[in-house]
Write a protein that binds this ligand. Structure first.
Ligand code: UFG
Length: 324
């Protein structure tokens, strides 16, 4: 059985649905601060509580035959992490230690960690592989970077084995539209653009048109949420089969500018999306594109969504059916 922390959040809930449909038995721990109980599929136990609550963790590990933890629970607003860093270090780093300590007490040794390309900071080389220097430029990226360091030390000293997955930009939703991206507040490019297409917002702000990129807007690597889910399952298999602790980038290896993304959103929705050019948003690196060849080679990862049109179609399906 797998304990999925943050399993009611955007990425966690898609993993839970994916692994339930692939013969796994997930159980979700989520405090529902940002997660949605509606995102947890019927039949999957949802424990509402804090991952830093050691007593609750002891109860969970005693009650369920858990052999692995897939750890999504985290705060992920980069801007907020700058204005309230304590919130990020205490939750994303310190509370994660409580989970790792509970695993040690209960002899659970497999850990999959949601890391991020934000641990790299500003790109020195593009595409970025796993050996790119890590110099996070905000407390969110640092809070995840610290966990990676803790995992390395724990795996050397104790019986822990881990895979850290450094996501680039997670995008899209369940192709059937049962679950999807829902943040409050929403800050991400694709859902905001689609809400403009729906008439729910008047326009989208384009943050920065003077970057050193072909059209002046930032370039990102968008990867479908189910391709991320697949990678987690393969990472789990790697550890269960006796594989070594490892770190992998997860991205599509293709870069799209903000304007490219908005053009594709217009194509998919067949509506005009009003754009207003604004100054740069603090902390945005100009270009983030993954080299994900290690995940393809070592994990056998084969992303199924090959272009951004197909990814945005699933996001649009969700926006049209959204129920949370
Ligand atoms: N953008 C706009 N207008 C908007 C929203 C976003 O122009 O209304 C731009 C951003 O400035 C950025 C790009 O669109 O250039 C993508 O922005 P998102 O907010 O969708 O995604 P980020 O690249 O900022 O963030 C993602 C994850 C974070 C993670 C980060 C790592 O959502 O959790 O990647 O860099 F930390």
């Amino acid at each position: 059985m797998i304990l999925v922390t943050g399993g009611a959040g955007y990425i966690g809930s898609h993993f839970v649905l994916y692994c339930k449909e692939h013969g796994e038995q997930p159980i979700v721990l989520d405090n529902l601060v940002y997660g949605h109980k509606e995102a947890v599929p019927a039949g999957v136990p949802l424990i509402v509580g804090d991952m830093g609550d050691s007593k609750l963790l002891d109860e969970i590990f005693t009650r369920y035959p858990i052999d692995a933890v897939v750890h999504f629970a985290a705060y992920a607003y980069v801007g907020e992490s700058v204005t309230d860093p304590a919130k990020y270090y205490l939750n994303n780093t310190v509370a994660t230690l409580a989970v790792l300590e509970a695993m040690r007490r209960h002899g659970v040794s497999n850990f999959i960690f949601s890391s991020t390309c934000a641990t790299y900071g500003n790109p020195i080389t593009v595409p970025m592989d796993e050996n790119h220097p890590q110099a996070p430029i905000n407390p969110y990226g640092q809070s995840k970077y610290f966990v990676e360091q803790i995992l390395k030390a724990y795996s050397l000293a104790y019986k822990l084995k881990f895979v850290a997955l450094r996501y680039f930009n997670a995008a899209g939703g369940d192709p059937e539209g049962r679950i999807g991206e829902s943040h409050d507040p929403e800050t991400h490019l694709i859902p905001i653009a689609l809400q403009v297409a729906q008439g729910k917002r008047p326009h989208i702000s384009v943050f920065g048109t003077d970057y050193d990129t072909p059209d002046g807007t930032c370039i990102r690597d968008y990867i479908h949420i189910l391709d991320l889910a697949q990678a987690h399952q393969l990472a789990l298999k790697l550890l269960r089969d006796g594989g070594e602790s490892s770190i992998f980038n997860l991205g599509s290896e293709q870069g799209y500018s903000v304007n490219d993304v908005l053009n594709i959103c217009e194509k998919v929705t067949r509506r005009t999306i009003k754009r207003v050019n604004e100054p740069r948003r603090a902390g945005d690196p100009p270009r983030l594109v993954a080299s994900a060849s290690k995940a393809r080679t070592v994990l056998g990862w084969a992303p199924t969504f090959q272009n951004l049109d197909a990814i945005i179609e699933t996001a649009w399906k969700w926006e049209e059916k959204r129920h949370y």
